[in-house]
Structures are given as structure tokens and as C-alpha cells.
Design a protein around this ligand. Structure first.
Ligand SMILES: C[S@@+](CC[C@H](N)C(=O)[O-])C[C@H]1O[C@@H](n2cnc3c(N)ncnc32)[C@H](O)[C@@H]1O
Length: 289
């Protein structure tokens, strides 16, 4: 058991919306990969193992290797995560994924690159038998806007009964109205992304409210115990603006606390493993784990 205490005194004890009106340490879009990596760094200290699915894995900024989530997660030490699936449609981006997979190969690890649509490839990942009930599994869904279909989230959510596959889902709250307006002739895409005909309710909503609506759908429709929306910022004409919300959904009671810590610390140098172990778990209990 993780030691309870007031390690996270600033955190709510329930899943009420977490508000970040003026966070003093914002996560910028180019740092979102660091947030995911730092969270997993903490989490695998609990699980000591795990699997990672990256649905939209190609590098967003090919010239910024330290902003590429798949690379940061695969190269993170200690290398507790053992199974990886990296999905990507763009032929231009696939070579970078193949290079990453071969450079990171080590005994006991499996890194599979799956070219093509994540929504189609997910079925074979889940049917492979590799993600068992006991396998801690994390899935990054860093879509641009409407690429991740709701049915994929449903498939991920029902695959494991207890401690469901944990989700990091990027929601483009910053330009959703513009993006929906641009799809007048292809509204079936918005429908598949939203998972129904009632997507028009999103139009004109405030960014924060949209994010809360999604977080509540992750709890009520997908059945996650915890789901929170974390803002990801960009600088526009010198001003700070929320571009995305990252919806983090997990059944694990420690997960929101670990994400809160990752959000605060992602831009700082990584803490020494021993320090984090002591602070999060207490040194003795950790070693007995
Ligand atoms: C926002 S980027 C991902 C950024 C990446 N996570 C990073 O850390 O740099 C989205 C990626 O998804 C890819 N993509 C778009 N539609 C896809 C689909 N249906 N299935 C898989 N990949 C897709 C794009 O080519 C692009 O490389």
C-alpha cells in the first residue's frame, strides 16, 4: 500500500473539477511529452512493470527530440515498461518510429510499430493477449483534433475489468469550434470522434466546460473512477492560451495525485529515484514492495 498522509495537501479528495486559473508552472504544448513521461516515471515505481500504447505516436516536432512522447517514455529509466505499441498513419513519420524501436531494443522488451489507423489497429493490440488483467497498461491518445474515435475509447475501457487501461486523451479545446465549422461536409468524422449525434452541444461552450464534460463522460460512460482535465498552454501573440486539455482517466486512487505532482514538476530536472521513493512511498515500505 502507498503510505497515505499529507504529501499532497493541495489536492482535493474527490473528483471535483481541478481548476488552474493561473498555474504558476504551466505545461506548454512543447512540454506535454515531459508531463506524460514524468507521470509514468512515478507510476511505474508502484507497478514495476507495464505496457504502453501510443495511438498517435509520430513526432509532432521532428526537430525537437525531447518533445516526443514515445521517445521519452521508451528511453525513461528504470525501464519498467516492457511492451509497447506505436501506431502512426503518416509514412513520413514511420521511419523515426522504426529507428526508435530498433535503438531501444533490449532483452525482455517488445516494441511494435503499427502503420495505419489506430482505430483499426487497436483491435489487434487488444486481441493479442499481451494485455492481461494484471498488466498495468497506459494509452496515450495525442490526436490533433478528431482522429481518436469514441468506439476506441470504449474498447480500451472494457478490455480490463479492474484497473482499466489508463488513458491520456488530448482534447483540442482551444480550436474545437473552428475545427467543427471546417467539417461541414464531413460531419461523420465529428460523429465518430464524439460517439453519437449530439455533438452539436459542444458548439459555443467554454473551453473549461468542454473539458469537464469530457472528464465526466470518461467517468459516467466509460466507467473510470477518476478523470481530470489538465490544461496545456500555448503562447499566442504573447498571451497564454489553453490549447488542449489532457483528460487523464484512471481507476487507481493514487493516479490523480501522481499526475498533480507530474504537472508541477515536469519542467524541472527529474528527481533522484531514491528521493521520489522516499517522498511518495516512504523508503522502508517501498523496498518491501
Ligand atoms: C499530435 S501528433 C502526435 C505527437 C506525438 N505524440 C509527440 O509526442 O510528438 C498526431 C500524430 O498522429 C498521426 N495520425 C493522425 N491520424 C492518425 C490515425 N488515425 N492513426 C494513427 N496515427 C494518426 C499524425 O500523422 C501525427 O503524427
Amino acid at each position: 500500500m502507498i503510505k497515505q498522509g499529507n504529501l499532497f495537501p493541495d489536492l482535493p479528495s474527490t473528483d471535483k473539477p481541478l481548476r488552474f486559473r493561473s498555474p504558476d508552472r504551466p505545461i506548454w504544448t512543447e512540454n506535454k511529452a515531459k508531463l506524460i513521461e514524468r507521470y509514468l516515471y512515478y507510476f511505474v515505481m508502484i507497478t514495476k512493470h507495464g505496457a504502453y500504447i501510443d495511438g498517435f505516436a509520430g513526432p509532432q516536432y521532428p526537430d525537437k527530440q525531447d518533445a516526443w512522447a514515445a521517445k521519452l517514455v521508451i528511453e525513461s529509466k528504470p525501464p519498467f515498461l516492457r511492451k509497447f505499441w506505436l501506431c502512426e498513419t503518416s509514412e513520413e513519420k514511420l521511419p523515426a518510429l522504426y529507428s526508435l524501436a530498433s535503438a531501444s531494443f533490449q532483452k525482455g522488451r517488445s516494441i511494435k510499430v503499427l502503420p495505419g489507423d489506430f482505430n483499426k489497429n487497436l483491435e489487434s493490440i487488444l486481441a493479442s493477449g499481451a494485455i492481461t488483467e494484471k498488466m498495468a497498461t497506459f494509452c496515450l491518445l495525442d490526436q490533433h483534433t478528431f482522429e481518436c474515435e469514441w468506439k476506441s475509447l470504449q474498447a480500451l475501457a472494457v478490455h480490463k475489468k479492474d484497473n482499466k487501461i489508463e488513458l491520456f486523451y488530448f482534447l483540442a479545446t482551444g480550436w474545437l469550434d473552428r475545427a467543427i465549422a471546417a467539417t461541414t461536409r464531413s460531419q461523420h468524422i465529428v460523429k465518430a470522434w464524439w460517439g453519437g449525434d449530439d455533438w452539436k452541444k459542444l458548439l459555443g461552450m467554454r473551453s473549461f466546460d468542454r473539458a469537464q464534460l469530457f472528464a465526466s463522460r470518461f467517468r459516467l460512460e466509460l466507467g473510470y473512477k477518476h478523470a481530470h482535465a489538465w490544461p496545456i498552454y500555448d503562447r499566442e501573440s504573447g498571451a497564454r492560451r489553453v490549447m488542449y486539455h489532457m483528460i487523464h482517466a484512471s481507476d487507481h486512487d493514487e493516479a490523480p495525485k501522481l499526475m498533480s505532482r507530474a504537472y508541477r514538476k515536469a519542467n524541472e530536472p527529474k528527481e533522484e529515484l531514491a528521493d521520489v521513493q522516499r517522498e511518495l512511498f516512504g523508503s522502508e515500505s517501498f523496498h518491501k514492495r
